[in-house]
Each structure stands twice: as structure tokens, then as C-alpha cells.
Design a protein around this ligand. Sequence first.
Ligand SMILES: CCCCCCN(CO)Cc1c[nH]c2c(N)ncnc12
Length: 228
Amino acid sequence: MVVGVMGAMPEEIEPIIGRLENVQKHEVAGNTYYTALYGSIDLVIAYSKIGKVFSALTAATMIEKFGVQKMLFSGVAGAINPELKIGDLIAATKLCQHDLDITAFGHPYGFVPEGKVFVEANPRLLEIAADVARKLGVKLKQGVIATGDQFVASLERKSWIGETFNADALEMEGASVAVVCDALNVPFFILRAISDAADMDAGFDFDTFLQSSALKSAEFIFAMLDEL
Ligand SMILES: CCCCCCN(CO)Cc1c[nH]c2c(N)ncnc12
């Protein structure tokens, strides 16, 4: 089985690559794709670079050029739901694009014709994640993740996103990876560890907690690989 593990930034995949042996490197379309065998799984790992466009390119490349059959995303996110604290894990049940806006034509936020506001993640992978969380004894929130091409660092924007999409967390790549995987019929799982609260301290907190939160997400993803 070929499994893709994506992140947006080097810090989000370094903890994964660091635990593998005989890692091969492949340069495709301005990205480096790392391949390695993990048990009976052919792993393909890459960080996309930040934002919906780069992450869509990486997801599509992983599937079309590397034959990825299941896609796992590991990274960090800003919290919207106040129960989510820095370091907490959230898995997306569904994802939306909070900056997609043709409301001038009467459409809802996050919608364009022939699209859908929410893309639902694979229920089986969410079940596996819930089992892994129980085995590891870690808390795993399952909820709505909103994606947009902006680093959110304002209560006003964060609150608007939370209210408009009933979102629990926000980031910049999950929904685009979801759209690509959904269109290409590849089951996907988006996991994020909280690095900040998307408020006025977000930039500082992100810098402070990126590494430790990225590691938490990566370790959980690694534990999931043993259950695939
Ligand atoms: C050099 C700056 C790189 C920012 C990348 C942030 N990632 C994007 O996926 C996750 C994320 C963590 N906190 C966020 C926030 N408050 N707003 C948007 N995205 C995020």
C-alpha cells in the first residue's frame, strides 16, 4: 500500500523523515518527495510549502505521480474552539475554505458552482485515529477545520470564521488537500496540533510552539501508520 504523509513546512515532516531508514529523494515540480519503506507500507513524504495552491499541487503530485492510495496530513493549526489548547490534537471531520467568497452572487461563503462548502474526511481513517488516541492515552478532538490563504492573527477574523463555518480550528492547506483527494477518490486524514489561538499573540505563539506541536502531530501520524 502507498501512503502519503504531507505537511506544509519542513518542521512538520522532519520528525517523520527522521524516523525512517533508506530514504530516497525525488525532485518533482519544485518539491522534494521522500520515499521509504515502513513495514509493508510504501511511504511518500513531502512538505508542500504554505497555502492552498502549493498544498493542492503536492497532493495531486503524490497521487498522480507517486500512486498514493491514502493521504495523511500532519501539521499545526490555530485554535478557534476555546476547549482547544496549545499542543492539543484535532482531526478534521470536514473542511472548508473560509476565504472563498462569491457571496456577491448570493452564494454562501466557501461555495462556488459545482463545488461544495464542506469536504468530508474518510470515516474509516477517523475511526482508526480514535482507536490510536485511546491506545496512546491522548485526547483527540474531531471537528471542523477551516482553511484559507492567510495567517489569522485577529480575534475578529477568527470569530467570523468560527461563526460562519462552525469551525474548531483554522490553517492554510487542509481543505485544498481535501478537495484534491476527494476529486481523485483517495481517502484522506487531516491532523493538526494547536500552535496558537489565531489571536493577537498568534505570531509569537506560532514561533514558540511550532516545533513541539509539529512533533505531537507527527508522532500521532506515525502511530496511525501501524494501524493502516
Ligand atoms: C511563516 C508562517 C507560516 C504560517 C503557517 C501556518 N500554518 C498554515 O497551515 C498553520 C497555522 C498555525 N496557526 C495558524 C493561524 N493562526 N492561521 C493560519 N494558519 C495557521
